[in-house]
Design a protein around this ligand. Structure first.
Ligand SMILES: [Zn+2]
Length: 209
């Protein structure tokens, strides 16, 4: 007899990487970001953060396992690292979506983390290519730094005005719009784009009927 499978957690499904850059993919760990009553949170525990970092290539599989075990040994430090990660996510989300009206508190959050981020001292080859080698740092905070650096680099690059969001107001996932005319509307055509098209078709056929 087969036992019932547990309902899949979000972490069991790899995240959709529609952001076009790491820091925007990190913002999209919150799903249905619009004005809806039930935003869905992927990062409900430190383990989910470590798994996400594995999915996007910040950590390799062995590192994910190591950090998950470490988090079980040091739950308080892990909870603090998760809170730091979520605080960073909120700050960069507001910075990229506010554009001109950036709250000083959000910039202060980013700057405080930049000030205590480990120093990048070299490159190490990984399966996927290369990763930064850094000065010694709190292992449980490892998933945070590449996101932070990516956000800072995007802000400095002058391309932050290319950050767009899905035209489905309930979805509101963010992405780097690399289309020539800033014309990207959907997080993904297969998902929100098609849903919109189907809805339009339904409305038109109803009007025609
Ligand atoms: Zn969408």
């Amino acid at each position: 007899m087969q036992t019932a499978e547990p309902a899949p957690s979000y972490a069991l499904r790899p995240p959709k990487r529609i952001g076009g850059t790491l820091c925007l993919d990190f913002i999209n760990t919150e799903m249905w970001r619009g004005d809806v009553p039930d935003r869905r949170e992927r990062l409900t525990s430190y383990g989910e953060l470590a798994l996400w970092a594995g999915h996007v290539g910040i950590l390799d599989r062995a590192e994910v396992r190591r950090l998950v075990q470490e988090a079980e040994r040091r739950p308080k430090v892990a909870a603090a690292a998760l809170a730091t990660a979520l605080g960073l996510r909120g700050a960069i989300d507001r910075i990229f979506t506010a554009r001109d009206a950036i709250a000083p508190a959000d910039l202060a959050t980013v700057n405080a983390l930049l000030a205590r981020a480990p120093t990048r001292i070299g490159l190490v080859p990984t399966k996927a290519g290369f990763a930064w080698a850094t000065s010694p740092a709190e292992a449980l905070e490892q998933p945070i730094w590449p996101v932070l650096w990516d956000a800072a680099e995007l802000l400095i690059s002058g391309r932050a005005d290319r950050v767009g969001s899905c035209s489905d107001p309930d979805c509101a996932w963010v992405f780097l719009d690399t289309s020539r005319n800033h014309s990207r509307r959907w997080c993904s055509m297969e998902d929100c784009g098609n849903r919109h098209k189907a809805r339009r078709h339904y409305e038109r056929s109803r009007e025609a009927g």
